[in-house]
Design a binder for this molecule. Structure first.
Ligand code: GLU
Length: 462
């Protein structure tokens, strides 16, 4: 059997980390079994589905490298198929037309609540075998009236539901739109899905869907329901917890592999291991180690993992990511040192790509911004005099490299019997605009002779 899994988001909002974690587990399961992964866009809710949300899903999947063998498949392209299937269910008397009005259904519901019963359809139209007529109708499924639906959830274990608890669910609305429970079953059947992996908010839908699979004489897939992701405070994941468009993590400077690594550990573990390469994630992933309890989203840990990836991502890959990010900021990397020289120095120091770009901007821009506090503390008249003298020494350097610059500073300080900090900090502020940069000799090497001397002149004249 070829394992086939799918990710089936509804394009009705942002693609947030909760959905991405579902996509990731589904993708990993398919990859682990050398199977296929399908992207299906469940866009039957015409009122709430938007093209922007579809785009956010496609962008997010592409950014994270969650590639699919098939798709994106849109449910709205499959209406004819749903119609054919529902008609065959009608012919086989496994479904029926229901003309109950909204008012009748509401009154019934209120009565049931008053009587402390579980609100459900009372089967009024079930035996009437109504033809299509002038009255608007929905098509309902004839759910079995007795017996138990049982399934072995890959995460939660055995789940049993009495059919008497289940409603005759609506398959087609009066406006001809299929319902979620119907479209999902037809699709999972047609797309030969072997494992349905989704959030545990769908666990109550599964018995209804299993009855439908049976009525269609379709093979029943395995099910794995994934526990929720909560905020660190145990509350429902909200914007404040990171339930934002996953692309915002990109603009905040997180690396895709870091986010995936963080998410794989959100509700799944392989011993104590925290860092997983792409291949390790695939080879180790299983359902046995998916936790049943809700997982908590923790920004600090994400930052920690991102820092790891900042240090370990190959330079060529970092270069590509950085060039894109600089371009968004309007910075041209051709106008400064080679990124392959800057990355080894800065990747260690920065938590995110955004921080990296911020702290290296002065290498690539003609005009730099000066931190006012740093200027008043370090560029006072006495310091400027020192800088002026030092600038002359520097300009006569033959080789512009770390050793020569270091020696030049040492000699300059020794001659004046002062420690190196006395010149290093004013220098740093004069050429970078702030007090934080890597060691001053490396900073000057990366900045280059011309730019260093020009910036010193500017500072001295100021
Ligand atoms: N469209 C459903 C959702 O976004 C998918 C449910 C499923 O995977 O079956 O929640």
């Amino acid at each position: 059997m070829v394992v086939r899994t799918r990710f089936a988001p509804s394009p009705t909002g942002v693609l947030h980390v909760g959905s991405v974690r579902t996509a990731l587990f589904s993708w990993l399961y398919a990859k682990h079994h050398k199977g296929q992964f399908i992207l299906r866009i469940e866009d039957t809710d015409q009122m709430r589905s938007t093209p922007e949300s579809v785009q956010a899903i496609l962008d997010g999947m592409a950014w994270l490298g969650l590639d699919y063998e098939e798709g994106p498949i849109y449910q709205t392209d499959r209406y004819e198929r749903y119609q054919t299937v529902v008609e065959s269910l009608l012919t086989q008397k496994k479904a029926y037309r229901c003309v109950c009005t909204k008012e009748r259904l509401e009154a019934m519901r209120e009565q049931q609540i008053q009587d402390k019963q579980k609100p459900r359809y009372d089967g009024h139209c079930r035996q009437l075998d109504l033809p299509a007529g002038d009255q608007p109708f929905v098509i309902r499924f004839k759910n079995p009236e007795e017996g138990i639906v049982a399934f072995q959830d890959q995460v939660y274990g055995e789940i049993l539901i009495d059919n008497r608890e289940l409603d005759d669910l609506v398959l087609m609305r009066s406006d001809g739109h299929p319902t979620y429970n119907f479209a999902v079953v037809v699709d999972d059947w047609d797309m030969r899905i072997t494992h349905v992996i989704r959030g545990d908010d769908h666990i109550n839908n599964t018995p209804k869907q299993i009855n439908l699979f049976q009525a269609l004489e379709a093979p029943i897939p395995q099910f794995a329901h994934l526990p929720m992701i909560l905020g660190k405070d145990g509350k429902k994941l909200s914007k404040r917890h990171g339930a934002v468009n996953v692309m915002e993590f990109k603009s905040e400077g997180y690396l895709p592999q870091a986010l995936l690594n963080y998410l794989v550990r959100l509700g799944w573990s392989a011993g104590d291991q925290e860092i997983f390469t792409h291949d390790e994630m695939i080879s180790k992933f299983d359902f046995r180690h998916v936790h049943r309890g809700a997982a908590a989203f923790d920004y600090d840990k994400l930052v920690w993992i991102n820092q790891h990836y900042m240090r370990h991502t190959p330079i060529e890959q970092m270069e590509k990511i950085l060039v894109q990010q600089y371009a968004l900021d309007g910075v041209d990397v051709k106008n400064g040192p080679d990124l392959s020289d800057v990355i080894p120095v800065f990747a260690e120091r920065c938590k995110t790509i955004a921080e990296f770009c911020d702290s290296t901007r002065y290498f690539y821009q003609e005009l730099i911004t000066y931190d006012a506090a740093a200027v008043s503390k370090h560029l006072h008249p006495e310091a400027l005099q020192l800088l002026d003298a030092f600038c002359q020494e520097l300009s006569s350097l033959v080789d512009w490299d770390k050793a020569s610059i270091h020696a030049c500073i040492e000699t300059f300080c020794a001659a004046r019997n002062m420690n190196m900090g006395k010149i290093a900090q004013p220098l740093r502020v004069a050429v970078t605009g702030s007090t934080s940069s890597p060691s001053i000799d490396i900073t000057l090497v990366l900045l280059g002779r011309d730019r260093t001397l020009a910036r010193l002149q500017t500072a001295i004249k100021k």
